[in-house]
Structure formats: structure tokens, C-alpha cells
Design a protein around this ligand. Sequence first.
Ligand code: SF4
Ligand code: SF4
Length: 225
Amino acid sequence: MGKKITLTIDDRQITASAGEKLLWVALENEIYIPHLCAIKEETRPAASCRLCFVEVEGLSRPVTACTQAVYEGMVVKTRSPRVDRLVKTAFELLLSDHRLECNKCPKNRACELQKIAKERKLKLRLTRLQPLEKEVTVDDSMGSFIFDPSLCVLCGRCVWVDQQEVKVGAIGFSRRGLQRKVTTIGDIPLAESPCTGCGRCVEVCPVGALSFTNQAKPEGVAVNS
Ligand code: SF4
Ligand code: SF4
């Protein structure tokens, strides 16, 4: 990492290493910025969830904190009317493709969508958009965990740990646009794929899409929190 620099986030002076991504600098200093898809170890963030917008002094438009490197003298505001509008829209888009049944969900009370809604005072229901109707198949073939695509927010964390961390390559994204989904190669059940059942994908899933079937699940090791 680069030399030590000083920046300001929400009027707080913070020391960081030049070149670090703003999202992680903020989170490490207990300044919350909503995020779902960001992975600290990833050098080329996908910035696909569009939730981590911030204002940087001197820039004409809000930028995503997961892709923005910090520099000496940088001045950041995590909230502004423009940021709040962008985050609200991105959040509702996510909810439009999400089966919102928190009471029945394995992640209820430990869910990143619930956390974002609470932190940013956003409604955890659709107000402007209609829900997308999609046929999905729950994959419980592994026995130790279940994949329910109707709860997936397409953050990509499971795909990243499978491909980049444990290097198995059992799952990936298929299709584009509204049809985009996480699946095995050939769309076969996980038990018939190269999946080893290590459970890392379940540990990093921010919502209820991947969940352990037993109560004695490992402590969640969040890629980011
Ligand atoms: S993933 Fe989160 S928001 Fe979605 S149903 Fe489960 S608890 Fe509710
Ligand atoms: S299954 Fe979970 S970790 Fe994987 S893309 Fe969907 S929400 Fe993200």
C-alpha cells in the first residue's frame, strides 16, 4: 500500500494508506456505507449493487466508494440528497427481484438488506416498482445447505469465494439482464457439480439465499460487514 495520507469523511479526519478503496477506509473507521457486492480482496470491484455512492468534493457526480481510491486531502460526504436518491433507487431495484418474507427467512435479523434498510431508513418493501415474477428452483441437493434463488441479490460474493478463494469453480453467473442468475455450470444440482460442500459461499452470502440447514452452522465469516 501507499504512503499514509489524511482525508476527511463526514467531517472526521482519518488516516489511511494512499490508494486504499474508500469503502474499506470508511468501514474500518466505523463509518457505515451500504454495500452488498464489495469484496475487500478484489482489486477490480464489480460495483454492481450501486449502493455505496458517496460525494467527493471536486467531483461533479457521486461515485461508488468501492472503486474510489483515497488520496491526500480528499473530502467525502457519505450522505447528500443525490446520494440518498441513488441508494434508494438501487435498493428498491434489488427488492423488486427479491422474495420479501423475512419472518420465514433463515437470515432474518442477520440480513444485510435489513441492515441497509435500518441504517438508511429505507422501506423494506416495494413502494414504486412492481415485483418481478420469476420461476426459480430451490437447490437442496447438498443436504448441508440450501440455495434459494428467490432470495438472491446477485451480489456475487459466493461466486468470488468459490472461484477465487477456494478455487473450486462450481458456481458462476449465467445469462444477462433480468435473467441473470447464480448457477452451476450446466444448471445441474450442486450435489452433481464439483462443489465440495465447504460452505464458504454460505458464510459470505449477505441474505437468505444460501443458508445452512442445521442450527450448528459455523460462525459467519463475512467477507465484509
Ligand atoms: S434475505 Fe433479508 S430481506 Fe430478504 S427475506 Fe431474508 S431477511 Fe428478509
Ligand atoms: S447466493 Fe448470496 S452470495 Fe451468492 S450472489 Fe446470491 S445473494 Fe450473493
